[in-house]
Write a protein that binds this ligand. Sequence first.
Ligand code: PNW
Length: 494
Amino acid sequence: ASVYSNIADAKLPANFAWGLSSSAYQIEGAAKDEGRGPSIWDLLSHRVPGQVADDTNGDILGQHYYLYKQDFARLKHFGTPWYSPSISWPRIFPFGHGPVNEEGLKHYDDVIGELVRLGIKPAVSLFHWDTPLALFNEYGGWTNKKIVDHYVDYAKFIIKRYDEHVPVWFTINEPQYCNWQYKYYPAGTYYPSYGVPPGDQARFLCGHHTLLAHATVAKWYHEEFKGKGRITFKNSGNYFEANSSSSADAAAVSRSYDFVLGWFGGPWTDGDYPKSLKDTLGDILPKFTDNEKKLIKGSCDFYAIDAYTAYYVGALPNNGVEACAKNSSAPGWPECVEQSSNSPAGFGIGPGADLGASWLKSTPGGIRKFLKAITKDLFPKVPDIMVTEFGFSEPFENDYTTIQDAIWDLRRADYLQGYLDNILLSQTVDKVNVTGAFVWSIFDNFEWGSGAKVRFGVQYLNYTSLERTPKASMFQVLNWFRAHGGTFISDSGN
Ligand code: PNW
């Protein structure tokens, strides 16, 4: 019998939110069109040698900016009831603040309007790493507290315009990836920040300002604006399994969670950073004032987690005495935290993405354990949790001889089925209040430092013709939700 046979008849609640996800810079193209200002990612992809593995960029790739109607028509045809995109800050404020770009705004009026017309509910991220370049040049981006006001102005502006149609807002995508690099022209990726001061201090400043920016918007949203929807930010994290049953390894797991999830979850559930971060980082970790603590505490309506894989975690040699010494030049993640690995296979760590994202292995059993760990152990105060991204990547373009090889993506299909089964088990057996799941991603797109080489789409994107072709995994997802009581657009009469 299949390992999943015990949930064959299990059903999701009718209001379970599900669909596909994306982000502006990764899918829109039209980077220089209709008044959009540059973001840090335009600079990184064009001007920093080696930043993007295949020297691609988001100038055109996907062209969703022009093809959104076709893309949404296909979503309607699939029947997916939700869609989770992001809005591009530099399209609205080309200089980060100051004059509004009316053409950009008109574009998102059309985008949101089209989703509404089709009956697809948008769960919208306000910021997915495309910081306006002007704010880097002006003051260093997220390392400077000035960005809080500029972000808040932008976020309020968008929320006021679209709240009527947007039931779920994500203020920020994955602040865990704040400032992964040390210099203005970095070799890092994801959520860059100008490194002044350099190194880990910049990373924690970026995180600090992210929290203040999020919380200011969330408080305004409920108390002043009286928004109709729910608001939170998207976390990134993976399940950590202890290397052994030793107490040292258990402590390493808990410390690892602190440095990834506690960094942001501590402030909003308990009003401050976890003790382990304060003790380790000392002055490198900024401090909240009492008013800021009050502002941040309780500022999320639910927990959003982007969770792709799982790792083993073990204690550092000599309990980390050397690695975590206060005077070490770079205390931080991961060198002061743990030793982690996602091999060899075990506890459900399955096949890797191989030539795709090297960090990613299929670990369906991990998502169930992770959902339980977050909601029962780490943050028992969270009312409910959504898996806001999960997905699997595939080998490089030139490994394919024909499109047939690409669209029969059976490893991705298997990954998605396994994750969905475990999300359902989490809900039905573990009684975790999981209220949504979004698959990354709507179609192959610009995978940051991996460029066009790493494909996460459930639709194949032909980079030349721009044609989209649903992969086997897309149908796997649709069939899975059909079998387990997922609501489809056509069911709700739209
Ligand atoms: C997310 N990890 O980033 C981002 O939100 C997306 O923009 C991105 O395309 C997607 O996942 C796939 O990479 C992550 O190392 C990057 O565990 C790395 C990890 C997780 C998420």
